[in-house]
Structures are given as structure tokens and as C-alpha cells.
Design a protein. Structure first.
Length: 198
């Protein structure tokens, strides 16, 4: 894993490569080893008030849109209105309004209140590792489920394909943990966490 300037680049594990083992490993079905190059740019939605982006959130999303490097093969939202709204802004900025926005509900936890409780207990600004220290079995299981969804997105891309995904924090970081076994820093609003494999 390479972390530079707030950008996280995580590679998939190749056959025979060492990988940190987790408690969830015993629950995981075998997953095929990737053989194609894919890139998933994972972002957290910008500032919101409930399910809608604030004016600042819209302005921030528009600014982020100017930094994109299209084209993208897929635009994927967690299904939350704020994520889909931001993704629509980014898709327009990429000049790809004809490409549909797909929903991956598995990027949203079914137990968001438990995430909030564990994060609160871990302390302000806690990363996934700190949250895992508070509720290890929960974070391992959720990371595995979220990671499977992220893997499914990557697996659905064509060779050399790229996806732009908008979700939430800390579940974005948990998805990367579940997919790669690596802990990444908390995802700031709109910041990108590229997850590549090849």
C-alpha cells in the first residue's frame, strides 16, 4: 500500500503474496484472484444536511469534478441520496452524463447506528483501526461484507476499466480493509482513495 499526499493506492493481493490474516478470514469464501487491471476511485460524499448536499457540499463536489481524470467505465453510488447527488455532479464534470449511475447498496451498512456507537466510543476522528479496537468482531464482519461489494464493483469492470464510487466514512475505509487487509486513514469529505489492482 502506498500513501502519498492524502491519496491512498492499494493493490490487490497476488497469489502467494503475504497478507495480514484477520478473524474474518475464516468466514470468507474463496475469492478468485484478479488477472485484469482495474481502478476504483472511492470517495466520500461532500458536506450534507440530512440526505442532501449543502450549498458548500455542491460547490466542493463541483471543484472536485474539475480534478477528475475521465473516462470512467462505471459511476457507482451507495444508494444514499447525498452520494448519488454528488456522483451526478462528478459525472457531469467528467462529461459522461450518458453513463448511468449504478447503485451498490452493499456499500452502506445495514447497521449504521452500531458504526456510530463504535466510532463515538473510539473517540473523535477515529480510524477503522480504533473502531476495530472497540468492536473487533463487528468491524471484521462489516469490513468483509463491504469489501465483497467493492470487489464486485471491480470485477464488473472491463479490462483497464475505471469506476468512480461515492460512499461514506468509515464504511469506505472498512471496504478497503475488507478487500486489501490494509487500514487507510479516514476519508475526508470528497477526498479520493484509489484502489487499483493489476
Amino acid at each position: 500500500m502506498l500513501i502519498t499526499g492524502g491519496v491512498v493506492s492499494a493493490g490487490f493481493v497476488s497469489p502467494g503474496a503475504p497478507r495480514r490474516s484477520t478473524a474474518a478470514d475464516c468466514l470468507q469464501p474463496s475469492v478468485r484472484t484478479p488477472t485484469r487491471d482495474q481502478y476504483v476511485e472511492l470517495r466520500r460524499h461532500t458536506d450534507n444536511d440530512g440526505e442532501r448536499l449543502t450549498q458548500q457540499g455542491v460547490a466542493d463536489a463541483e471543484a472536485i469534478g474539475q480534478e477528475l481524470q475521465p473516462p470512467y467505465s462505471a459511476f457507482v453510488s451507495s444508494g444514499a441520496e447525498r452520494s448519488t447527488e454528488m456522483l451526478g455532479i462528478l459525472r457531469r464534470a467528467a462529461g459522461q452524463e450518458e453513463t448511468p449511475i449504478q447503485e451498490a447498496a452493499g456499500l452502506r451498512s445495514a447497521v449504521e447506528d452500531r458504526w456510530r456507537d463504535a466510532a463515538k466510543a473510539a473517540g473523535k476522528g477515529a480510524d477503522v483501526e480504533a473502531i476495530r479496537a472497540v468492536d473487533p468482531e463487528f468491524v471484521e464482519r462489516e469490513s468483509w461484507l463491504l469489501g465483497l461489494t467493492l470487489r464486485g464493483i471491480a470485477d464488473g469492470l472491463p479490462d483497464g476499466g475505471r469506476a468512480l464510487v461515492v460512499g461514506h466514512s468509515p464504511t469506505n475505509e472498512a471496504a478497503v480493509l475488507g478487500l486489501t487487509g490494509e487500514v487507510v486513514p479516514p476519508d475526508g469529505q470528497g477526498r479520493r482513495d484509489p484502489v487499483g489492482r493489476g
